[in-house]
Design a protein around this ligand. Sequence first.
Ligand SMILES: *Cc1c(COP(=O)(O)O)cnc(C)c1O
Length: 370
Amino acid sequence: MSKAKETILEINLAHLTHNYKFLRSKLQSEVKLLAVVKAAGYGSDAVVIAKHLEKIGTDYFAVAYVSEGITLRKAGIKTPILVLHPQPINFSDLIEYQLEPSIYSLRILREFIAIAASKNLKGYPTHIKFNTGLNRLGFWEKDIELIIESVQATETVKITSIFSHLAASEDHSEREFTLAQINRFKKITSEIIRNLTYTPILHQCNTSGILNYPEAHFDMVRTGIGLYGYANDTEYDKDVLPVASLKSVISQIHQLEPGETLGYNRAFIADGYIKTATIPIGHADGIGRMYGNKNGFVVINGHKSFIVGNVCMDMIMVDITDIECKEGDEVLIFDHTATAANIAEKAGTISYELLTAISPRVKRIIIDKA
Ligand SMILES: *Cc1c(COP(=O)(O)O)cnc(C)c1O
C-alpha cells in the first residue's frame, strides 16, 4: 500500500468479505443476513459497501432514512432495502424507489396505508417494529390488536417482517434483561402470526446479538458494526478486520521552548523542549474536540503520539518529542492495528461514533484486491 500524502480513508473490501463470511459462519444456513449500511456505511461509503455486499450475497439492506435508500437505488442496488426510521413526508419517495418502511407506531401505519391506498398499491412490503425494552422506537404489545385490524382492513400492505431491537446485547451483565426482550418478542410475534394467513420474517439481533444470543437469530439478523470490523467484544475482535483505515501526513514540525503554548486558547503549555507535528485533520473531519489534550493519539512510524492542545477545525497537533519523523511522513489515525474502538474508548466514546463522524471532506480510497 502506498503511503498517504494527504488525509484519506481507505476502505478495504477484502476485510469486508472476511467479516461477512465470519458473521455468516455464526448463522444457520437458512437465516438471512441484513447488512446495515446507514450513515454512509458507518462512515465509509454506503454505495461501495452495498455494491460489494450485494455481489457476495447479502439478503437485505437497511438504512436509517429514505434519502439514504434513494442513494443506493440510484447507484443500482436491487436488493430489498428496509428504511429503519422513515417520516411520512418521505413516503411518496420511499414508494417511488421501492424502499420498505419500518412501521413503528399507529400514526405511521395509518399514514402509510393512506398513501399506499391513494397509489392503489397491493401488498406493499412493510416491516412492523416492536419496542421490547429499548423504549426508543416501536409499537407496544398492547397495539397488536389495532395493527392486525388495520392491516386486515386493507389490501395495500403486507407484513413482510416483524422485528425488534436489543438494548444491551454486547453487555454480558445485562443478560437477564436481553433474555426478557427475546421472550417478549417471541410472545408478540406468535400472537400476530396466529392472526395472519402468511408468516413474516422475524428478526431481533444486531451484531452483538448474533455473537451472544444464537437462540435469537430467528429468520434474519441485522448486522452493522461487525461487517465494518468491530465486534464489541475482546473474545471476537480478533475474528473481524476493520474495513476503514484513516491516515494522514505531517504538514509541519514545530519546536517549542519551555513555557511556550500551543494552539487555540493556549491549552497546551510546554514543560520542556517539545517537538510537535501539525496534521491536516480536525473536528470538521470527524476528530472531535474530546480527542484533544492527550485524550487521543495517532501513530507515527510505529510510535504512539498524543494529541496536544485543543483540536482545531482543520488540524491537530501531536507531541513527537521522542519520535523519529519528518515533514511528509505518514500518520496513522486508526486501522486494524490501532483500532477505532481503542482510540474511541480512551476519549470516552465508542467505535460507532468515531467511524460515522468521518466527514465527506476526507477522501475515500477503495482497496479491492480480489
Ligand atoms: C443500527 C442498527 C443495527 C445495527 O447494529 P450493529 O450494532 O451496528 O450491528 C441493527 N438494527 C437497528 C434497528 C439499528 O438501528
